[in-house]
Design a protein around this ligand. Structure first.
Ligand SMILES: *[C@@H]1O[C@H](CO)[C@@H](O)[C@H](O)[C@H]1NC(C)=O
Ligand SMILES: *[C@@H]1O[C@H](CO)[C@@H](O)[C@H](O)[C@H]1NC(C)=O
Ligand SMILES: *[C@@H]1O[C@H](CO)[C@@H](O)[C@H](O)[C@H]1NC(C)=O
Length: 684
C-alpha cells in the first residue's frame, strides 16, 4: 500500500496534484484516541476530520478544541501534520492505525520524507506507580523516502486551552530543564481544586516535555508569531513571552522545534510527553469524618511533580516495550477468542476505558475513582463500573477492588441510609456520597451488581477474606434481593434513558443471580447459606414469568407477560462469568437462537422500546451465545465501528438500524463501559 502510494506521490509532485487517500487499520474508527489516560488527559481526533490529522484540531472528549499544532519542514518548506493553524499545506496522510495503546499516523511529506506520528497512552495494569501518572507520549519519526538525504525540522506546540474550560482564564507558563529533559510548564493562574469548567480540571500543572538534545529550540508567545517563526526560519529563537494573559487572548503557545539535520533512510525520532500533575485529585467521604482530600496516587511514588514528569519522559523505551507487549496480548487473545472483528472492537476500547479512571490515595491504600464521562459525570457509578469491569477482570482483578473500595468505605461508615446499594458517590471529582439517601435510585440493579462484582473479584484474585470483610453489607443487599428480585417494583435499570418499568425480566434475573452468588459467598465465608434455596425457587418462577413460549422462536420478554416485547438478556452473563451453573443451558440456547431473528443492520436492539442498542451489553450477550450468534453480534459491531456516522469518542449507545446516534436519545461519548467489550476475555 505504502509503495504504491509513494510512487503516486512522486507523480503528484511532478504534476502538482496531491493525493490524500489514507488507509485505516484495522478499520476507520468513529474517533481516534490521541492522548487518553485520565478524565482530564482525554484528547481525540473526531470523526468530522475524516480520520485525517493534518488540518484538524484535536479535541477534548467534550468537543472543545485543544490547541495543538504540528509542523514539519523538509528542505526549507514547511508542512502541517496536525492541527488547523492557517498557512502551511497539509502533508498527505498515508495511513492511520490503532492498537490498544497507540494511534499511529503515517504521512508522506512531499514525496521526500516519511513522517510517523505515534500517540502512545500506555496502560499498566500491574504497575500502580506508572498507571497513576496523567501523561502520554507523542513520538515523531522521520526518514527519507526517495533515497536522497533531506534537511528535516519538526515542530509541536500546545495552547493554554488544555488548562481550562473557561478560555477567559489567565494562563501562566515557564520554560525549564530537569536533568536531560526540557519542558514548558503551563497552568491556570486561578487554581480551583476539585472544580471543573466544561469538564476540564480547573487545577493542576501541565507539562510539554522533550529531550534536551542538540538541535532543540523553544519559545512561548502569541500563536501566530511563534508558528510564523518556525514556518519562516524552521527554528525557534528560545525567547520567552512574559506577559501572562487569557487563554483566548491571542492564544499563547508553548512550542518546541527540533532540527534533525540531514535525514536519510535511517529513521530519526523525537519524543514528547504531555500531561498534567495534580497534588490532590479527589475529595472523598470515606471512613474519616468530613471530606478527605485524596492525593494523586503518583505522589506515593515520586518526590514532586518535576520528578514525576521527568521519570515518565525518561522511561519511554520501557513504556514502548510494555505497550507493545500489551498490544500483542490483547490482539492475540481477541483473535483467538473470536477473530479479527473482535480484536477491532477490543483494541479500540482499552484507552477509552482506562481514560475514565483516576488513581488516588497511597501505596498502602490505593483507590481508583471512575468518572461517568458524558452521561452525567457521576463519580463511582456502580452500574457503569459493572459494564466496564470485564476489562479489569481480564487485565488485573485488583483494579476492580480499588474501584469497589470507596463504595464500601462510604456505605460502611454509615453515610448512606437506604437498605439497598448506592448508585454513585456524587459528581466527579467530589465523592460526597448521599447522606440523605437521595441518589438516582437503581436498587435492584446496584444490589445485584455489588454482590456479583465482589464475588468476581474474590474469585479471580483468590482474596476470599474480602468477602468476609464486607459480609454485613453484602448480606444486607442480598436481603433486598430476596424482597425485590422476583417481582421487581417499578424502577430504573441501568438503561435509564428508557425510563422506569415494573417486572423487568432482565433486571429480575440480575437479582436472582445475585442471590445465587450470595449463596456462594455465604458458603465461602463459613456463614449460613440462607440465600441458595430462595435463588433456586425464584429462578423456577422467573422462567414461568419471563418467557414467551408461544413465540417462534420463543424468547424472554422485556417485562413479564408483555408477549410482544423482547430485549437483550445480558444479565445472564454473570452466571457464566462466576461459573454458577445456575441458569439452565436451554435459556442460553433459546436467547441465542432468538437474537439472530431480530438483528438489524448494525446490531441487535437492546429492547422493543427503541431500535437503539448498547455495545457493552451486546458483547455480554455475545460472550455466552452459540458460535454463530456470537459471530453475528461481533461482526455487526465491528461493521458499525467502521461505518457509523457518529463522530465522537466511541458511543456505547447507537441506533442498530441506522448506526447513528439514537434519535431523541442521549449522545454518549467516551464512556468507560466499553470495557465491557472484553466480556469474552473475562470468562473463566
Ligand atoms: C473461582 O470459581 C471457580 C468456579 O466455581 C472455582 O473452580 C475456583 O476454585 C474459584 N477460585 C477461587 C480462588 O475461589
Ligand atoms: C408483575 O408480575 C407479577 C407476576 O406475573 C404480576 O402478578 C404483577 O401484577 C406484575 N406487576 C405489574 C406492576 O405489572
Ligand atoms: C403470553 O404468552 C403466554 C405463553 O407464552 C401465554 O400463556 C399468555 O397468555 C400470553 N399473554 C397474553 C397477555 O397474551
Amino acid at each position: 500500500m505504502r509503495l504504491s502510494h509513494l510512487s503516486a506521490g512522486i507523480v503528484a509532485l511532478a504534476t502538482g496534484i496531491t493525493s490524500a487517500a489514507s488507509t485505516f487499520k484495522p478499520t476507520r474508527a468513529p474517533a481516534y484516541p490521541l492522548l487518553v489516560r485520565s478524565p482530564y488527559l482525554n484528547s481525540w481526533l473526531q470523526g468530522e476530520s475524516g480520520g485525517l490529522l493534518p488540518g484538524s484540531w484535536p479535541r477534548f472528549w467534550t468537543g472543545q478544541i485543544l490547541g495543538w499544532q504540528g509542523f514539519v519542514a523538509v528542505d526549507g518548506a514547511t508542512y502541517n501534520w496536525m492541527g488547523a493553524a492557517p498557512g502551511p499545506q497539509n502533508v498527505d496522510q498515508v495511513s492511520v492505525e490503532y492498537t490498544s495503546t497507540k494511534t499511529i499516523f503515517t504521512f508522506d511529506v512531499a514525496g521526500a520524507v516519511t513522517l510517523t506520528a505515534t500517540f502512545l497512552s500506555p496502560v499498566y495494569p500491574d504497575d500502580l506507580a506508572k498507571q497513576s501518572q496523567q501523561f502520554s507520549y507523542v513520538s515523531l519519526k522521520a526518514k527519507s523516502s526517495d533515497g536522497a538525504a533531506h534537511s528535516v525540522q519538526v515542530y509541536m506546540d500546545v495552547t493554554g486551552e488544555w488548562t481550562s474550560g473557561d478560555l477567559s482564564q489567565t494562563v501562566n507558563w515557564e520554560f525549564g530543564t530537569s536533568g536531560d529533559v526540557s519542558y514548558h510548564k503551563f497552568f491556570r493562574a486561578n487554581q480551583q481544586v476539585f472544580t471543573e469548567s466544561g469538564e476540564i480540571a480547573s487545577w493542576g500543572t501541565w507539562y510539554l516535555a522533550t529531550s534536551s538534545a542538540d538541535g532543540l529550540t523553544q519559545r512561548s508567545g502569541f500563536a501566530d508569531d511563534v508558528r510564523a517563526q518556525f514556518v519562516d526560519k524552521n527554528v525557534l529563537d528560545n525567547s520567552a513571552d512574559s506577559q501572562f494573559r487569557a487563554v483566548n487572548d491571542r492564544w499563547p503557545v508553548f512550542a518546541f522545534a527540533r532540527d534533525l539535520g540531514r535525514v536519510n533512510d535511517q529513521e530519526e525520532e523525537v519524543v514528547f510527553s504531555l500531561g498534567l500533575v495534580q497534588d490532590e485529585v479527589i475529595s472523598f467521604a470515606g471512613t474519616e469524618d468530613g471530606m478527605t482530600s485524596l492525593p494523586g496516587l503518583w505522589s506515593a511514588f515520586y518526590e514532586n511533580d518535576a520528578d514525576a514528569m521527568t521519570a515518565f519522559y525518561s522511561e519511554y523505551s520501557d513504556a514502548l516495550k510494555a505497550s507493545d507487549a500489551l498490544d500483542d496480548k490483547i490482539q492475540r487473545d481477541s483473535v483467538a477468542a473470536a477473530g479479527q472483528d473482535y480484536a477491532t472492537i477490543t483494541t479500540l476500547a482499552v484507552r477509552q476505558a482506562f481514560g475514565a479512571l483516576q488513581f488516588a490515595g497511597s501505596s498502602s491504600k490505593p483507590y481508583i475513582f471512575l468518572k461517568e464521562i458524558s452521561s452525567n459525570s457521576d463519580i463511582q457509578t456502580v452500574d457503569v463500573i459493572f459494564p466496564a469491569y470485564p476489562i479489569l477482570l481480564y487485565l488485573n482483578p485488583d483494579l476492580l477492588r480499588y474501584l469497589l473500595e470507596p463504595l464500601y468505605e462510604n456505605q460502611e461508615s454509615g453515610r448512606y441510609p437506604n437498605k439497598y446499594a448506592i448508585h454513585d458517590l456524587g459528581t466527579f471529582p467530589v465523592a460526597r456520597g448521599y447522606p440523605d439517601g437521595n441518589d438516582e435510585a437503581m436498587p435492584l440493579e446496584e444490589c445485584g451488581n455489588m454482590i456479583i462484582m465482589t464475588l468476581a473479584y474474590a474469585n479471580r484474585s483468590g482474596d476470599i477474606d474480602y468477602l468476609s470483610q464486607h459480609y454485613s453489607k453484602l448480606s444486607q443487599w442480598a436481603e433486598f434481593l430476596v424482597e425485590d428480585s422476583l417481582i421487581p417494583a417499578n424502577q430504573l435499570s441501568t438503561d435509564d434513558f428508557a425510563g422506569t418499568l415494573a417486572n423487568q425480566t432482565n433486571l429480575a434475573l440480575k437479582g436472582i443471580i445475585g442471590l445465587k452468588a450470595m449463596s456462594r459467598i455465604a458458603r465461602l465465608t463459613g456463614n449460613d447459606d440462607t440465600f441458595g434455596a430462595t435463588a433456586d425457587d425464584y429462578l423456577r418462577k422467573w422462567q414461568g414469568f419471563a418467557i414467551n413460549t408461544d413465540a417462534n422462536p420463543p424468547h424472554t420478554t422485556l417485562s413479564y407477560g408483555d408477549n410482544s416485547s423482547h430485549g437483550l438478556l445480558y444479565n445472564l452473563y454473570a452466571d457464566r462469568l462466576l461459573s454458577l451453573d445456575f441458569v439452565p443451558q436451554s435459556i442460553y440456547d433459546m436467547q441465542s437462537d432468538f437474537y439472530k431473528t431480530v438483528a438489524l443492520e448494525y446490531g441487535v436492539p437492546l429492547d422493543t422500546r427503541h431500535t437503539w442498542t448498547k455495545s457493552d451489553w451486546e458483547m455480554f450477550c455475545a460472550a455466552i451465545a452459540k458460535p454463530d450468534t456470537r459471530a453475528l453480534f461481533i461482526s455487526l459491531l465491528a461493521k458499525w465501528i467502521g461505518q457509523t456516522n457518529t463522530n465522537r469518542a466511541m458511543t456505547d449507545l447507537y441506533d442498530a438500524g441506522t448506526g447513528g446516534y439514537p434519535a431523541g436519545g442521549p449522545t454518549f461519548v467516551a464512556r468507560p463501559v466499553q470495557g465491557g467489550t472484553f466480556a469474552l476475555l473475562a470468562l473463566p
